[in-house]
Write a protein that binds this ligand. Structure first.
Ligand SMILES: C[S@@+](CC[C@H](N)C(=O)[O-])C[C@H]1O[C@@H](n2cnc3c(N)ncnc32)[C@H](O)[C@@H]1O
Length: 215
């Protein structure tokens, strides 16, 4: 065997090792779907971007933006999480979703609904506010209905001491999406979507609105 051939075989073996290590540690994986602030909701095929150390991509979206190329992603979802950012940062995150999505790509965002929850407050819907979890604890944080409403504005502390910062209604979130340039922005029903396996994505039907937009 010639010396050159030996060097070539050696280099090819080394390149293979690097490639396997890259894949094993999740580097170099080509994500096409992103779950922003997925938390413990893991969805097959979606890159979970969260503060959680167990996330596929562990970043603080208050300070960092997405390390994905322009127009490289098919779907971006963000469920029960955009309320953890100021309105200004929310707009920047929506601009990021727009940047990384391919033409025709879909963004689905859901957030606690200020309008629906305010109506329940005015109607003194105690059955909604004072629901219990299976273990007997209150489902919603706070002692009184006003405390519980305030939790959606400022509460629900999560990893890194992050808590709610903006309580959206559909109109406001739609306004941010339209400003960003999405061509089609619609309010959708619970589990009504152009996205496959939406049943694995949507949750909290009784407290959220669902927005779907196309680039
Ligand atoms: C209420 S949980 C929603 C989890 C999940 N999307 C769901 O449908 O239940 C909010 C998530 O937002 C994440 N989060 C809050 N602030 C964040 C930030 N600055 N950067 C990244 N993730 C953040 C939290 O870690 C948490 O997992």
């Amino acid at each position: 065997m010639t010396r050159i051939k030996k060097i070539f075989i050696e280099l090819r073996a080394r390149a293979l090792v690097v490639l396997v290590r890259f894949q094993l540690f999740g580097f170099g994986k080509k994500w096409r779907k992103i779950n922003l602030c997925g938390g413990s909701v893991l969805i097959d095929g979606y890159c979970n971007v969260d503060l959680s150390p167990h996330a596929d991509l562990h970043i603080d979206l208050e300070r960092q933006l997405l390390p994905f190329s322009d127009s490289s992603i098919e779907i971006v979802i963000c469920i029960s999480s955009i309320n953890y950012f100021s309105r200004t940062r929310g707009e920047e995150i929506i601009e990021e979703a727009y940047r990384v999505l391919k033409q025709g790509g879909i963004a689905r965002f859901a957030s606690q609904d200020l309008e629906a929850i305010a109506k329940k407050y005015i109607n003194k819907d105690r059955g909604f506010f004072f629901q219990k979890l299976p273990d007997g604890r209150e489902r919603f944080a706070g002692e009184t209905m006003a405390d519980k409403i305030n939790s959606w504005f400022y509460g629900y502390e999560t990893i890194g001491g992050k808590s709610g910062k903006y309580f959206y209604d559909y109109e406001t979130l739609e306004t941010l999406f339209r400003k960003t340039g999405f061509s089609k922005v619609e309010q959708k029903g619970y589990r009504e979507s152009d996205i496959e396996h939406i049943d694995a994505i949507d949750n909290r039907e009784d407290q959220m609105f669902f927005l779907e937009a196309r680039k």
